[in-house]
Design a protein around this ligand. Structure first.
Ligand code: AMP
Length: 116
């Protein structure tokens, strides 16, 4: 059984967060340490520790994460200029919170994708 993270508490509204969207599959809230003018996390309500743990049954929630990111990008006024969607996995990917999440980052030119 995977260990819960702070994100499960945010999803259950047990601790405060700037929640922008929630439905039966996903929750989206502003990152507490924004790296750009817009920095939102979109997470599945179900605890999936890493992208290595994703299963076929999760495909609906994973697809919803993208349609919600698209809606939030439009709401935030960054859809036309563009933005980046990022998912980090494990140590080499720089993952800090072991409940998968998609970073929606934008509001300025982000430069080349960082891989090094
Ligand atoms: P990652 O490195 O991909 O695991 O990203 C984890 C992200 O979660 C970081 O950008 C953190 O700033 C963010 N974060 C951690 N705790 C919170 C919290 N309580 N509310 C909102 N964002 C958080």
């Amino acid at each position: 059984m995977a260990e819960e993270t702070i994100f499960s508490k945010i999803i259950r509204k047990e601790i405060p967060a700037d929640v922008l969207y929630q439905d039966e599959l996903v929750t989206a809230f502003r990152d507490i340490n924004p790296r750009a003018p817009v920095h939102i996390l979109v997470v599945p309500n179900k605890l999936i520790p890493t992208t290595n743990d994703v299963e076929t049954d999760d495909e609906l929630a994973l697809g919803r994460m993208i349609t919600v990111a698209k809606k939030l990008a439009a709401d935030e006024g960054i859809a036309e200029d563009g933005y980046r969607l990022i998912m980090n996995c494990n140590q080499h990917g720089g993952q800090e919170v072991y409940h998968i999440h998609m970073h929606l980052v934008g509001g300025r030119a982000l430069g080349p994708m960082v891989v090094g």
